[in-house]
Design a protein around this ligand. Structure first.
Ligand SMILES: C=CC1=C(C)c2cc3[nH]c(cc4nc(cc5[nH]c(cc1n2)c(C)c5CCC(=O)O)C(CCC(=O)O)=C4C)c(C)c3C=C
Ligand code: FES
Ligand SMILES: [Fe+2]
Length: 380
């Protein structure tokens, strides 16, 4: 038995060495990113408002710098109030590195694995991740979205950006596949549920089952919802899966936060929901971030410094459930998702999910269609 084990270990090591000569299997962590320091806020907002896949503006090149400049002082203040910057880069690096350690064990035939961070609006940008991958001699890469639920304004924007670089010939000779959503994966659901259970402990046992679970996700403009974007459905599916895992013991609602600008956005708004619950006398509440995997201004500023504080002023016993951040259950989940994906693609499965192949019925952005076709061919 031990001889067999040793042979197993040797072949694992040999395979790792062989693939090391052609570079590691890259796992590219796609996300929007956030300014790591206050002076980076302006550039972050400038890139965000310049992204026509997120916010299509008339005369975008002219308007984006003006809007970014006008909004910078307010957002700088929010980042100062949460300690001087977004922790998303710190957490994404930790999640990626720990995930790859697990992946080397779970998928020895594709080892070694190396994670690269590709942010859409903050450094390291997609181009920087690609330069590092090319220097490492990468020939096989997974574009792994770190948004659990798919929206064309988030994951779609990151994939469009990769496609544009590929079309310009800047990606080199890399064979791509995509993990484009995983909002109901049992490991993700388990990690969120465990954090809720931990927060429920803060309430007296006899009142625990009447605590209201208020799931909160970043809202979407109704123009995006109404063109058939799948995000609202997918966030709802995550909430249902978490509630099922919790045995449906608590009353709950899904509400939406962080609307920007005057247009109509998906509701009900989180702030109004907190106020409404207080008015109805339902004063024991847990706020649960469900659409983002690490802390950011929406949790640390909007939920903690605004809504929890306002809830206390209304006499509520209100707490926020922790973000996933360094949760080992979560890191194990993303490693399992990547390992399963590598196994399926190596045995001939398509390079993206079937769901990614479908454009929103109201889509008028040609890049979306070209991007989907390009990834389905492995980025060729
Ligand atoms: C799943 C999460 C997110 C979706 C969906 C989303 C859509 C979306 N966002 C905007 C406009 C802005 N978003 C801004 C910041 C921001 N957005 C998300 C997440 C999602 N956005 C996060 C996590 C953050 C904050 C980053 C951090 O470090 O905390 C901003 C900038 C901040 C501000 O000016 O208020 C804007 C603008 C649109 C238009 C949109 C869908 C089309
Ligand atoms: S906007 Fe959804 S596919 Fe283009
Ligand atoms: Fe946003």
């Amino acid at each position: 038995m031990s001889v067999l084990k040793n042979i197993g270990r040797m072949s694992v090591r040999r395979m790792a060495t062989v693939s090391a000569t052609k570079g590691p299997t890259a796992v590219v962590m796609l996300n929007m990113g956030g300014p790591s320091t206050v002076p980076e806020v302006h550039d972050f907002l400038h890139r965000l408002f310049s992204d026509g896949d997120l916010i299509p503006l008339p005369f975008q090149r002219v308007l984006a710098p003006l809007i970014a400049k006008r909004r910078t002082p307010q957002i700088e203040k929010q980042y100062s109030d949460i300690g001087g910057g977004s922790p998303i880069l710190k957490y994404t690096r930790i999640q990626g590195e720990k995930m790859c350690q697990l992946l080397d064990e779970l998928s020895p035939s594709t080892a070694p694995h190396k994670s690269y961070v590709a942010f859409r609006y903050a450094r390291p940008l997609t181009e920087e991740a690609i330069a590092e991958m090319r220097a490492d001699g990468v020939t096989r890469a997974i574009a792994f979205t770190q948004y659990p639920q798919y929206s064309c304004s988030t994951t779609g924007s990151s994939l469009n950006e990769l496609y544009r670089l590929g079309k310009k010939g800047e990606l080199g000779n890399i064979d791509w596949s995509v993990i484009d959503r995983w909002g109901t994966h049992p490991g993700f659901v388990e990690a969120v549920a465990q954090n809720i259970e931990k927060t429920l402990q803060k309430f007296p046992p006899e009142r625990r089952s009447s605590v209201v679970l208020l799931f909160s996700a970043h809202s979407l403009p109704m123009s995006v919802v109404n063109r058939g974007d799948p995000y609202v459905l997918e966030v709802s599916a995550s909430v249902s899966a978490v509630m099922q895992r919790l045995g449906n013991k608590n009353p709950y609602r899904l509400v939406w936060q962080s609307q920007v600008g005057p247009s109509a956005w998906m509701g009900m708004q989180t702030r109004e929901a907190v106020q409404g619950l207080a008015r109805l006398g339902r004063k024991e509440v847990i706020l649960i971030p469900i659409a983002f995997t690490s802390d950011h201004i929406e949790t640390l500023f909007e939920l903690d410094l605004e809504y929890v504080k306002e809830g206390h002023e209304l006499g509520m016993d209100i707490h926020r459930s922790e973000s996933l951040n360094e949760s080992p259950v979560f890191i194990r989940a993303i490693a399992d998702i990547a390992a399963q994906h590598l196994k399926e693609v190596s045995s001939g499965a398509p390079r993206t999910s079937n769901q990614l192949s479908l454009r929103c019925p109201g889509c008028t952005n040609d890049t979306c269609g070209q991007q989907k076709a390009w990834f389905s061919r492995g980025g060729q």
